[in-house]
Design a protein around this ligand. Structure first.
Ligand code: F6R
Length: 365
């Protein structure tokens, strides 16, 4: 059942190119437009939203952070993202003009379900992005977007996260075209690029030996810091969570520009820093961020798009991702981070598929 892989997590990491395709293809019609059949949102509904509220837990929350970038960029709608356990207890500002999106792989997470009910009671239009057909959250939301990742067995979420990103990109592009924020030409350019992502993801998986090599060198780290700017900061958060949950290494993620406001005090000789520098307009800023931590002795594994040279002089090791639009990098950049966590956990002898203290679906508060 693991198809020859040692762990479900590795199998699921390898299923990502297919998962991207299976989630994207059914939403593209023959004319190359996005068509999300499950939604009954009219143009009037869409124009009536004054805000989007995304609520989720853990990895799904991290997908929501990318969703915010996509929706604000392509659909020009303000987006708030919150963790479900906070949202439900904070008297949230939600009205009948709010589009509320709950993200949940399992569709059963207690806090996310309670948040959905809260939003509904306040008059929001509710939508679920979930991987499980017929799950509680899918039944209670007004509209459901199913991520066709297939069953996810490993506790650490990988392919479900990647399909949640695809879901957000397609929703953002669809809303953007319909509310007039996105020109048709730009819309088609992004869709065209997205269509190439299953192959790009596949190509990335070929580098796993290099990542295993890095993991075998760094697995004894006692602490790790993930840094990035812009959309990379959101991916860094997911990378950091993946590492801590399966390898039990203390890990945190911090926006690179925030480092000097406190966290840099913790960087010392040999501290592992994973630095994401995939964004063209933030690249130089990230290079100086890397220099800052290097100056304090950090061992830096950096990630950049193929073709960037400067980074090889700055970081200790470099992982590259195929070139693509800045807005879309998260679908690719998360893959090496998943692999890095996986190989570090394996090198430490951890039970990768069933980390201690964690359950696949958290149905209690
Ligand atoms: C991390 C992980 C958890 C879940 C979280 C939400 O790898 O799996 O953080 O993402 O418990 O679960 P769902 O998406 O089922 O609501």
């Amino acid at each position: 059942e693991k198809d020859g892989y040692e762990h479900f997590m590795m199998k699921e990491i390898h299923e990502q190119p297919k998962a991207i395709k299976d989630t994207l293809s059914p939403r593209l019609n023959d004319e190359g437009f996005i068509e999300i059949d499950e939604f009954n949102l009219t143009k009037k509904d869409i124009e009536g939203f004054d805000k989007v509220m995304v609520v989720a837990c853990g990895t799904a929350y991290h997908a929501g952070l990318i969703g915010k970038f996509a929706l604000e960029k392509f659909a020009k709608i303000p987006v708030e993202v919150d963790v479900a356990s906070e949202f439900r207890y904070r008297d949230p500002f939600v009205t009948d003009k709010t589009l509320f999106i709950a993200v949940s792989q399992s569709g059963e997470t207690a806090d996310t379900l309670a948040a959905l009910r809260e939003a509904k009671a306040r008059g929001a239009r509710t939508m679920a992005i979930t991987n499980v057909v017929g799950s509680r959250i899918s039944r209670e939301a007004d509209d459901v977007y199913y991520t066709w990742a297939g069953p996810e067995i490993a506790v650490a979420s990988t392919k479900a996260y990647i399909t949640q990103l695809v879901a957000f990109y397609t929703i953002a592009l669809d809303l953007g075209l319909k509310n007039g924020s996105l020109k048709e030409e730009a819309y088609h350019r992004v869709i065209q690029e997205l269509k190439g992502f299953p192959e790009k993801a596949e190509a990335l998986l070929q580098y796993k030996k290099d990542i295993q090599f890095l993991a075998d060198e760094q697995f004894n780290s006692t602490s790790a810091f993930y840094i990035g700017r812009g959309i990379d900061d959101a991916v860094a958060k997911e990378g950091s969570l993946k590492l801590k949950e399966i390898s039990y290494i203390h890990s945190e993620s911090i926006a690179a520009g925030e480092l000097k406001h406190g966290t840099i005090a913790l960087i010392e000789e040999g501290t592992l820093v994973v630095a994401l520098a995939t964004q063209d307009h933030l690249y130089d800023k990230m290079l100086s961020g890397i220099q800052e931590v290097k100056a304090r002795g950090a061992y830096v594994i950096a990630m950049a798009k193929e073709g960037n040279q400067e980074i090889y002089k700055t970081a200790n090791a470099v992982i590259t991702i195929p070139d693509t639009f800045d807005e879309l990098t998260p679908i690719l950049s998360v893959i090496p981070l998943q692999l890095l966590s996986y190989y570090i956990a394996v090198a430490r002898g951890c039970d990768v598929d069933k980390p201690k203290n964690l359950a696949k679906s958290v149905t209690v508060e």
